[in-house]
Write a protein that binds this ligand. Structure first.
Ligand code: SF4
Length: 143
């Protein structure tokens, strides 16, 4: 079994400020993407690389060679100042793109997202908007 763990990778945008801080683990055929100490998305390498669903994973993948590149706003993650609600919400492009008055923004800012298991089968993303868009929870053993 292949076991690879990459932590603390950092990608800088053209202005020299950190655009994405990467924390990606690969164990066997599973990939887990972490942000501020929590797994935000798990899936197969193909799912993560080709069809990322969590906004942080999408930003991460977008800075790989050939990608469009997504510069994240806000401050780099600080483990001493964990944001309420979704930990990624101060930097989330999907939240920022919601129309004014969209009540889903309240969820992002105030309601913690699901804590994902490290070795979940199937594809899971810890995001209120992904969950509401898909009404989906993969059963054990599904891919
Ligand atoms: S829950 Fe909201 S803030 Fe968090 S990643 Fe999803 S859209 Fe962004």
């Amino acid at each position: 079994m292949l076991d690879v763990l990459i932590t603390g990778g950092e990608v800088h945008d053209g202005a020299g400020s950190p655009a994405v801080q990467a924390d990606v683990g690969i164990a066997g055929d599973r990939v887990a993407v972490m942000y501020l100490g929590r797994i935000v998305e798990v899936g197969t390498p193909g799912q993560i690389l080709l069809r990322p669903r969590h906004p942080y994973t999408q930003a991460l993948i977008s800075v790989l060679p050939g990608g469009q590149g997504t510069a994240l706003g806000g401050e780099p993650p600080d483990p001493t100042a964990i944001p309420p609600g979704c930990r990624f919400h101060p930097r989330c492009p999907r939240l920022a793109a919601l129309p004014a008055g969209d009540t889903r923004a309240d969820l992002c800012r105030a309601a913690p997202v699901e804590v994902l298991p490290a070795r979940a089968s199937g594809s899971l993303a810890a995001c209120h908007l992904v969950a509401s868009a898909e009404h989906h929870h993969s059963p054990q053993g599904a891919r």
